[in-house]
Write a protein that binds this ligand. Structure first.
Ligand code: ARG
Length: 459
């Protein structure tokens, strides 16, 4: 088969070389964007008087036939035609004859592929933002139901202070809110048209770049043709934003996995999001959470791979840049899948309030309450810390908790302690009283939930 660029060649490459060179195996994902870009380009060529109206009409009709065939899966791509751009041009010429060869006037595959990537990523980022919102909504739903469910709060994975379980969940809402905003901000840099930059230097044809950008719905055009065809920052940025988001999901996964273990039993994941063991009949495994945690590896890998591809590249286009696609496609697929799984998993999980209440009543996470109590009665906090530390040690030696100490024993440690201490030591009391802004106090958590709901509604 002769190449669309075959004029200056006297030998055809062997098939296995074609295969190594080709990107059609994966850039066929861009078929719709490529067709859309071509329609805009040829429309603009017609409006600028570069092509005859009849030629434009014929090409657009040909492109719409190809679109239909693509939707039905009727295009059979070939590696000899290298990539999606040359395959489609080849089909167009087959469809409408030599006029099809006029489509590429004033355009290069270099600005064409960059345009496709911008179009593709813009739409995917918008879809990802929707999915982030769905996870945030699921978090809000569960948090709302558990504002007054008291759970152990941890530092160093050691019991620290009791918290509202809703408050703990809402921490993920805000992480995801930053992710949402990062993706939203990145749209400014994705929503720019490289079309019309040509191979690298622009073109001698009197094209109108703003017009083709407008036809494609882009907000702006690149100011420099060499930057337009060389820029892959928007892909790096996307991979970085995706890495951050999936890192957050991975931390959340880790908590789900721990919480659903026999040792914790704080939550139970729905059957639909769990799997069994082929040998151990009693098992119910949190596979979906584990998979999301595991998939973090490939997303981080794609980010590092892309940065590495770009780091030594001179301007302008280099074939190395064909390596920008598979990692991006895989990241889109992985992140969208993970977000979908997460929304379902959170919405359907069951919170074991009994187990949580048992947990907070059988630990020393109310020790700070006693120290704060003494400090509020005038004892320097450092001294209070020491007094309470000794009481905790006494309890440990006797196998009891602070609330089990008789008043006389507490008063022996400090005469500032009175009968009301037992109320102060209640975990729910400890949580309720933390009303500093952003704290775990019930009112503060409700405040957060109101804000979260108006954020979701506003979008
Ligand atoms: N398949 C190529 C890529 O994805 C398209 C651009 C090719 N340009 C070129 N001058 N060989 O990067």
């Amino acid at each position: 088969m002769s190449k669309l660029w075959g004029g200056r060649f006297s030998q055809s490459p062997e098939e296995w070389v074609d295969e190594f060179n080709a990107s059609i195996g994966f850039d066929q994902n861009l078929v719709m964007e490529d067709l859309e870009g071509s329609v805009a380009h040829v429309t603009m060529l017609g409006e600028c008087g570069i092509l005859e109206p009849s030629e434009v009409k014929q090409i657009i009709e040909g492109l719409s036939v190809l679109k239909e065939k693509a939707q039905k899966g009727e295009l059979s791509y070939s590696v000899q035609n290298e990539d999606i751009h040359l395959n489609l041009e080849h089909f167009l010429i087959q469809e409408i004859g030599q006029t099809g060869g006029k489509l590429h006037t004033g355009r290069s595959r270099n600005d064409q592929v960059a345009t496709d990537m911008h179009l593709y990523l813009k739409n995917r980022v918008i879809e990802i933002m929707e999915l982030i919102r769905a996870v945030q909504q699921a978090v809000v739903n569960q948090a709302e139901a558990h504002v007054e469910t008291i759970a152990p709060g941890y530092t160093h994975l050691q019991r620290a202070q009791p918290v509202s379980f809703g408050h703990h969940l809402m921490a993920y809402f805000w992480m995801l809110e930053r992710d949402y905003n990062r993706f939203n901000d990145s749209l400014k840099r994705i929503d720019i048209s490289p079309l019309g930059a040509g191979a690298l230097a622009g073109t001698t044809f009197p094209i109108n770049r703003k017009r083709s950008a407008e036809l494609l719905g882009f907000g702006d055009i690149y100011e420099n043709s060499m930057d337009a065809v060389s820029d892959r920052d928007f892909i790096v940025e996307f991979l970085s934003n995706a890495s951050m988001t999936i890192m957050h999901l991975s931390r959340f996964s880790e908590e789900m996995i721990i919480w659903s273990s026999q040792e914790f039993r704080f939550i139970e994941l729905a059957d639909a999001f769990s799997t069994g063991s082929s040998i151990m009949p009693q098992k119910k495994n949190p596979d979906m959470a584990e998979l999301v945690r595991g998939k973090t590896g490939r997303v981080f890998g794609h980010l590092v791979a892309m940065l590495t591809v770009l780091k030594g590249l001179p301007l302008a286009y280099n074939k190395d840049m064909q390596e920008d696609k598979e990692g991006m496609f895989d990241t889109v697929h992985t992140l969208m899948g993970s977000l979908k799984i997460f929304a379902g998993m959170i919405n359907t999980m069951n919170v074991n309030t009994e187990q949580l209440s048992k947990a907070v009543n059988e630990d020393f996470s109310n020790a700070t309450e006693l120290a704060d109590y003494l400090a509020s009665k005038g004892m320097p906090f450092r001294e209070a810390h020491e007094v309470v530390g000794k009481l905790v040690l006494t309890c440990i030696q006797q196998g009891i908790y602070l609330k089990d100490l008789p008043l006389s024993e507490m008063q022996a440690a400090s005469s500032l302690i009175a009968e009301d201490i037992y109320q102060v030591l209640e975990p729910a009391e400890a949580v309720k009283r933390r009303e500093s802004e952003g704290g775990t106090g019930f009112e503060q958590v409700r405040n957060q939930l109101n804000k979260a709901e108006s954020i979701i509604k506003a979008h």
